[in-house]
Structure formats: C-alpha cells, structure tokens
Write a protein that binds this ligand. Structure first.
Ligand code: PHE
Length: 343
C-alpha cells in the first residue's frame, strides 16, 4: 500500500475512533501514542519516498501524530468531565453527614470553665501563672516551713537544675506571684494544672487541676468568704445545695477550713465518691495568714483576705459519673466524644 494512503487511513481511523471509557482511551493511547505506536515506523518510510515528495510526506506524518495527540487530549478531557458530572448527579445533598463529629471540649475544661464563669460574674478576674515554679513562690512565701511534709521529695517533682525549680504542687503559688506584683484590692481566680508525685490509680494521679481564688482588700471577713463559697456551690450544684465548713489546717491560711457540698447518695457512684457520707469535699479555704501577706509585702494591719483552692477532677468525676481518674488523661476518643454536646 502507498504510504500516503496508509496515512489517510490512519487519519480516518483516528477521527472515527469511538472512546467511551478509560479502558478504550488507554487502548487508543497505546496504539497511537505508546512507545510501540503504529505511527513511529512511518517516519522510517521516508527513505522509500521519492525526493520531490519527501517534504510533503514529512508534513503528513507529523500531522498524523498531532491528530492522534489532539484526539487523545480531547477525549481525555471529555471523559474526566463526564466522571465529574456523574458524581455531582449521584450526590444527595440532603443526606445527614456520615461523620458529623467535630471534636469536643475536654470534661476538665468544661468544669473549669463553668467554675471560672461563676466567679467572673461576681467580679473575679482570671490570673494564670507558670507551672514550673521556684521553691519560694510554691512553699516559702506560702508560709510552709522547711520541715513541712508537703516539701518531702515524695510529694514534689523537683527539676534537676541548680536553682531547684519544681512543678507547682498547688495553684496557691499564683497567690504569691500576684501579691508580690500587685497591691490590693486583689480579686482573682486562677485555673491551672498542678503536679504531685503520687502513685497513679483510679482515684489519684500525678497531675490534676485546681482553681484557686484570692480576695484581698480592707476588712475582708470569714463571713464574706463563706457567703461567696455558698453562692458558688449553689450556682454549680443547684439552688438548694447545702455546704458545710470543717475546721482544717493549711500553712498559708488561718483559720482554715475544708468545704463539703451535699451530694446525696442517689447512685452507686455517689456512694463511692462520697465514701458513703453523701458529702463531697471539694475545696480548702481560709483567711490568708498575715505571714503570707508580710512575705509578699502587703501590710497585714491594713489588709485582710481569703483564699480557696479546689480540685477539678473529683467534681468532674461526680458530675459526669466517671469512675476512674485515668480516663481524664488518656485522651481516648471514645471517652472524649461523649462530651460533644457540652460546653
Ligand atoms: N493549696 C491547697 C491545696 O492544694 C488548697 C488551698 C488553697 C487551701 C487556698 C486554702 C487556701 O490543698
């Protein structure tokens, strides 16, 4: 067959090719554009073409190759467009999302935010401070003598550095941080994480959270503290909630107390967490010891104040019926997901 005729026939074949899917497109590509395509050998035929037609021949083979490329690109675009249109048509935009889960707040944050907002409503402002503290702010300024058991290596994580820094064991370190920086009136609430070297179990962990409160002004009394804490308990646990203050001891407050809220014994979890009493101890409190004020250069003859510090984990466990504190630190999505509707 005449090579010119051959080219004409291939041109015909290219323009008539019916390409309906990706497989047919691939067949086309292999035949006309692949490494062993049928156009390639035609280029070698030029030696058999009469001299005066060589130029014409060259142009014809090139045109053939371009026609194959154009067909391929055109069909490829068309097929891609088809797939896209088809998937749009197949889409049901009214279906509910398959995975509508967008993450949620951690139960500790939920409880902490609630506590903070209760105090913000009565004029407390949030103060946040470092978790790596020095001995002075965590202990000495807080009237905790050198031989106090709280300083025992068993309880405190010390950093291996020359200035003996430590991981704060309570948010009370925020008190001394603030009092050395500011003169009264001081009215702050300080949420944060604290650390103690304790054996991890269902009931205790080496890290947990506290919210500290501090109010210092002229003529602040124990009655002011009690009324503020009663307001807090009723906002947090319901308007009929009862509280009780039991005398206690903290180095940095005098007098000191622990506050229980009445939780009742309605379910097994409440029984366990309140140790069968129906009362849950949620915070320590007291009037700021004059020694602490003096350590921080606040005049104890002019100013007085109260402070309190509460644990978050136990309250969260009671509110959400969580029976193992470790769940709060493992970040198991199956656990965390259950709090998705809360804020
Ligand atoms: N810092 C105390 C604790 O961790 C709680 C507390 C704070 C007590 C403020 C009295 C005043 O147990």
């Amino acid at each position: 067959m005449d090579v010119f005729q051959q080219i004409d026939e291939l041109l015909q074949e290219i323009s008539n090719a019916q390409i309906g899917d990706a497989a047919q497109l691939e067949d086309f590509r292999i035949k006309f554009l692949g490494s062993k395509n049928i156009i390639k050998p035609l280029f070698g035929e030029i030696k058999n073409v009469a001299n005066e037609r060589k130029k014409e021949f060259g142009q014809a083979v090139n045109a053939l190759k371009q026609a194959a490329e154009a067909k391929f690109n055109g069909e490829k675009d068309r097929l891609e467009q088809q797939v896209e249109n088809a998937s749009m048509a197949d889409m049901d935009l009214s279906l509910p999302p398959i995975n509508g889960y967008k993450g949620s707040r951690h139960p500790i944050s939920i409880v902490m935010n609630r506590i903070v907002s209760i105090f913000e409503r009565i004029g407390f402002t949030v103060a946040e401070e470092r978790e790596i503290e020095d001995d002075w702010h965590n202990f000495t300024a807080m009237n905790t003598p050198d031989d106090h058991p709280a300083r025992d290596m068993q309880d405190t994580f010390y950093l291996k550095d020359s200035v003996q820094r430590l991981l704060r064991t309570h948010t009370s370190s925020v008190q001394s941080r603030l009092m050395t920086k500011t003169q009264p009136p001081i009215r702050i609430i300080a949420p944060g994480r604290v650390y103690r070297n304790e054996t991890i179990s269902a009931r205790s962990h080496c890290q947990f959270h506290q919210v500290e409160g501090l109010f210092i002004d002229e003529k602040v009394s124990f009655a002011d503290m009690k009324q503020t804490l009663l307001y807090f308990a009723r906002e947090m646990y319901g308007p009929k909630t009862d509280i009780r203050l039991r005398p206690s001891y903290f180095p940095f407050t005098e007098p000191s107390a622990e506050m229980d809220v009445h939780w009742g014994l309605e379910d097994e979890n409440a029984y366990r967490i309140t140790k069968g009493t129906g009362w849950l101890e949620i915070l320590g409190c007291g009037m700021v010891d004059p020694n602490v004020l003096e350590n921080c250069e606040i005049d104890p003859d002019k100013y007085s104040g109260y402070a309190f510090g509460m644990g978050i984990e136990r309250q969260a466990m009671l509110l959400y019926r969580i029976n193992d504190i470790r769940l709060l630190f493992e970040n198991d999505a199956r656990f965390l997901r259950q709090f998705h509707s809360m804020f």
